[in-house]
Write a protein that binds this ligand. Structure first.
Ligand code: NAD
Length: 379
């Protein structure tokens, strides 16, 4: 390998599951796609499964592996700790990394409760390191355009946000229990999927003042393991619905479900204003539908295609309509993180923003439990 004159930035990645692989891919792609201001070194990979950690470190190009995550955090060559473990481990891992003065890139949801989220935010603020949280969908270049159009007033005054995040991976009542089914692990559709949608609502429309909501556990027990006769009781939400009142006066709807058959990654929204509507579905992540109210005789939605005019797209491809994918959004997230660490920008949601997302989710839980409107500021 050729020597680089750039300073090193050492990455330590914890977890080798779905998201561990996505982060590893994104770090590799970021080096290929962007002229980074650092020499990004993949220093260490940790997983509770030592053999898997070792094997993935070898095939994913990390210098070494650890079975104990604390050893990764203690590693002096690690400057940035990426956390892709089940939700209940985010707090201890992020706190240890912050206390060691390392930058933290943590998957969503930030924590299992608001008290943890508050502490993570206040510690990050005190230590003064860069933090980012994996609300990757908002790094989509075409959603950067959507936000820009909303902020420039192209839709007029915003009056509504209708958001839905549905998948169907728990739709089968025989789908087995997992850590995602436990309150203590921040399980449930609201935390798992809804956290992305709440982050998106805030990204596009802004603060939410108050909420009312309804949640339901549709399948109160599931097989302990795939195909096992042993059953486990389940009390988390399979689906949650909410009404939102935004600070700017807009009204909104929110829903998250992991048992809506037919939907695989249906993070979708319609934002409507006095002058038009924007509509998006993550299952068609390279297009935005736009309706203008000021084009009489031209009724109908225009389909805007993703292309190099939208910041971020051209790094991957010079041609419009050739399409980005989920892993490219993750690469853009990593790029924003590295820029922030190097003082070259402040894009992307940090622990302060994630705390607000957690506060909003907590307000929705209280509203559903107590069947009333809840002021988010009271949470
Ligand atoms: P997963 O179960 O596929 O992977 C979890 C990994 O953590 C496994 O490799 C497991 O061995 C490892 N692990 C568990 N305990 C550990 C410990 N004590 N020390 C070290 N490693 C340990 O889970 P996943 O689907 O990758 O989800 C992980 C996180 O990513 C969750 O917080 C989830 O909400 C989030 N997630 C985010 C997105 C997104 O689009 N941003 C998508 C899926 C998951």
């Amino acid at each position: 390998m050729r020597e680089s004159s750039l300073p090193d930035l050492g990455v330590g990645l914890i977890g080798t599951g779905f998201m561990g692989r996505a982060h590893a891919l994104a770090f590799h792609s970021a080096r290929t796609v962007f002229d980074l201001p650092v020499n990004l070194r993949l220093v260490a990979l940790a997983d509770a499964d030592a053999a898997r950690a070792e094997q993935c470190a070898r095939s994913w190009g990390f210098d070494r592996s650890h079975a104990a995550w604390q050893a990764l955090i203690d590693d002096p060559a690690v400057d940035l700790v990426a956390i892709t473990t089940p939700n209940h481990l985010h707090y201890p891992m992020a706190m240890a990394a912050l206390e060691a003065g390392k930058a933290v890139y943590c998957e969503k949801p930030l924590a299992v409760n608001l008290a943890q989220a508050r502490e993570m935010h206040s510690t990050a603020k005190k230590v003064g390191v860069v933090t980012r949280v994996g609300y990757n969908y908002q790094h989509n270049p075409i959603l950067g355009l959507a936000r820009q159009m909303i902020q420039a007033g192209e839709l007029g005054r915003i009056v509504s946000f209708q958001g839905e995040f549905s998948e169907d991976f728990m739709g089968d009542p025989h789908a087995s229990w997992s850590w995602r089914c436990e309150h203590t692990h921040a399980g449930g559709a609201l935390a798992d999927l809804g956290s992305h949608l709440l982050a998106m609502a805030r990204y596009l429309v802004g603060d939410v003042d108050s909420v009312c909501a309804d949640s339901q556990t549709v399948h109160p027990e599931r097989p302990a393991l795939h195909g096992s006769p042993e059953r486990r009781q389940i009390a988390i939400d399979d689906q949650t619905y909410a009404l939102l009142r935004f600070s700017n006066g807009a009204r909104g709807t929110f829903s998250s479900s992991w048992l809506k058959h037919g939907y695989k990654n249906h993070l979708s929204f319609e934002v409507s204003g006095t002058g038009g509507t924007l509509s998006f579905d993550q299952e068609r992540l390279n297009e935005l539908r736009y309706y203008r109210a000021d084009a009489p005789g031209r009724d109908g939605f225009q389909r805007i295609l993703a292309g190099p005019a939208q910041p971020g797209y051209a790094a991957f491809c010079p041609a419009p309509g050739h399409q980005l994918g989920y892993n490219e959004l993750k690469t853009l997230e990593v790029h924003a993180l590295i820029q922030a660490i190097c003082g070259g920008g402040n894009e992307g949601p940090d622990f302060a923003e994630a705390l607000e997302v957690e506060r909003l989710a907590a307000a929705i839980r209280v509203a559903a439990r107590e069947m009333r409107w809840v002021n988010v500021a009271d949470i």
